[in-house]
Design a protein around this ligand. Structure first.
Ligand SMILES: Cc1cc2nc3c(=O)[nH]c(=O)nc-3n(C[C@H](O)[C@H](O)[C@H](O)COP(=O)(O)O)c2cc1C
Length: 160
C-alpha cells in the first residue's frame, strides 16, 4: 500500500517516528516547515507555540509538493501543543483537502494528548481512520521499546 507520512516536528520526536515509518514501510515522508521558525527551547517556545495552538493561529507553511492521489495511506502526525495538534498540521489539513483516503494518526506529547486525535478526526471527515497511536515522552523512551510499539501498530494498520 503506497504510503506517505506527513508530519511536523519542532524538537525531533515526531521526526524520529516518521523516519521509522519510512524505513519500516518504505514510505515517503513530507516534513512540514513553517515559514517563520519557532524557538526550539525555553519560555518563548512555550509562549509562542501555546498561543498559536490556543488561539487557532496557523502559521504559513513553506511550499511543499504533494500529489495525494499517489497514496493509498497517509500517516499524519506531530506534537501535541496545548492539548491540540500542533498548528502546522492543522494548517496542512486546511490547505490540502482530500477524501476517500485511508489515514492513520500519531502524536508525541509530554504526558497528555488532550483533544489531539478528536480534532484531527474532525478535520479528516470523509476519510477512513485506520488507527491512532501516541508516544508520551518519546525522547526518554528506550528506542527498541518505542520501535517495537510503532512497528506493531504499523503491522496492524497495514492489514486493514
Ligand atoms: C508550545 C508547546 C505546547 C505543548 N503542549 C503540550 C500539551 O498540551 N501536552 C503534552 O503532553 N505535551 C505538550 N508539549 C510537549 C510536546 O508535545 C512534546 O515535547 C513532543 O514530544 C514534542 O514533539 P516534537 O519533538 O516532534 O516537536 C508542548 C510543547 C510545546 C512546544
Amino acid at each position: 500500500m503506497k504510503t506517505i507520512a506527513v508530519y511536523y516536528s519542532l524538537n525531533g520526536n515526531s521526526h524520529l517516528i516518521a523516519e521509522r515509518i519510512k524505513t519500516t514501510l518504505g514510505a515517503d515522508t513530507l516534513r512540514l516547515e513553517p515559514v517563520k521558525s519557532m524557538p526550539k527551547q525555553g519560555f518563548m517556545k512555550m509562549f509562542q507555540g501555546g498561543k498559536q495552538a490556543l488561539f487557532g493561529d496557523m502559521p504559513a507553511l513553506k511550499p511543499y509538493r504533494l500529489d495525494v492521489d499517489q497514496y493509498e495511506l497517509l500517516i499524519l502526525g506531530g506534537p501535541v501543543w496545548a492539548g491540540s495538534p500542533a498548528p502546522a498540521l492543522m494548517n496542512f489539513l486546511q490547505q490540502t483537502k482530500f477524501s476517500g483516503k485511508k489515514v492513520a494518526l500519531f502524536c508525541c506529547h509530554g504526558g497528555g494528548k488532550g483533544r489531539t486525535f478528536s480534532k484531527l478526526r474532525d478535520a479528516l471527515s470523509g476519510n477512513t481512520i485506520l488507527g491512532e497511536i501516541d508516544f508520551p515522552n518519546a525522547s526518554k523512551q528506550d528506542v527498541q521499546t518505542l520501535n517495537a510499539k510503532l512497528d506493531a501498530w504499523l503491522r496492524d494498520i497495514s492489514t486493514r
